[in-house]
Design a protein. Structure first.
Length: 287
């Protein structure tokens, strides 16, 4: 556990979630949502800086990850349930409105929450995941993006990815992180933390079920796709899975948006450019 952080379990939207908290209990609330295959620790570089800046940090393990509950049915990972988890957390902690940041799958949840429940957000920060409508458009129309997204189809095979990623003490899952990031993005100590988290959740089935659910149970598309709250998009251009062009297209669906590219950062932009990302988040959430 990071210095200055506390760990607790809460029930939100009918599931037991592990939440790491930090910062001033009276400060402006900021929720950080991790992606695949991380857990709250994916924000390890941001939590101390944001807490020092005076924010109140709420950083959950999302359902299926680490110490949070792992429902067995893939339908339990529908996007509306994931959004419901965040709303449940806000209600539990008495937060009418928050600043929300999401990376990877956490960003998909954040986009969806902003479209459907804008009154609960003050500001939205997105790291390396496009607006859901843009993602769907690019997968349909761009052969390059379709090829980059091959793993989504692979994850649909029942049990296969789950077993392969677990073999050899999560050797393949570890390579997924290290091979897609810059040299040194994930230290041996970091990988040990991830392996422990994957073991805590009984493997990666819960996190893979997010991919299964999004294919089997598409999220209802709202009539208005535009995001009305201020949006900051931070994007590492060396992302091997997601085309940078989707970031610019996503801004077109944001009424008040700004995009910052990091030329030498990968998909793991909050690790690769931690100090720069921290500065952007702090300034954005304070403004």
């Amino acid at each position: 556990m990071l210095a200055g952080c506390a760990s607790e379990f809460v029930t939100a939207n009918g599931v037991r979630l592990h939440v790491v908290t930090a910062g001033d209990p009276k400060g402006k609330p900021v929720v950080l949502l991790h992606g695949f295959p991380e857990f709250w620790y994916g924000w390890r570089h941001q939590v101390p800086a944001l807490a020092e800046a005076g924010f109140r940090l709420l950083v959950p393990d999302q359902r299926g990850y680490n110490l949070s509950e792992r429902p067995k049915a893939a339908c339990a990972y529908r996007l509306e349930e994931l959004v419901g988890d965040v709303l449940g957390l806000l209600d539990y902690y008495g937060c009418e409105r928050v600043c929300l940041a999401g990376h990877d799958w956490g960003a998909a949840v954040a986009w969806s929450l902003a479209m459907n429940f804008p009154s609960r957000l003050e500001r939205l920060a997105i790291l390396n995941v496009p607006h859901p409508a843009v993602m769907a458009e690019f997968v349909r129309k761009s052969p390059r993006q379709m090829l980059k997204s091959w793993y989504i189809a692979f994850f649909q095979i029942p049990g296969l990815a789950d077993r392969l990623l677990r073999l050899g003490n999560y050797a393949a899952a570890s390579r997924l992180l290290t091979s897609s990031g810059k040299t040194g993005t994930f230290s041996p100590d970091d990988i040990a933390e991830y392996k422990q988290a994957w073991s805590n959740s009984g493997g990666l089935t819960g996190s893979i079920d997010w991919y299964r659910a999004v294919v089997r149970y598409p999220f209802p598309v709202p009539d208005d796709l535009r995001v009305r709250v201020p949006v900051l998009v931070l994007w590492g251009k060396r992302d091997i899975a997601l085309s940078a062009g989707m970031a610019e297209r996503s801004l077109e669906l944001s009424a008040d948006g700004r995009l910052v590219y990091y030329e030498n950062a990968t998909h793991w932009v909050q690790h690769d450019e931690a100090e720069a990302v921290n500065r952007e988040l702090i300034a954005f959430f304070k403004s």
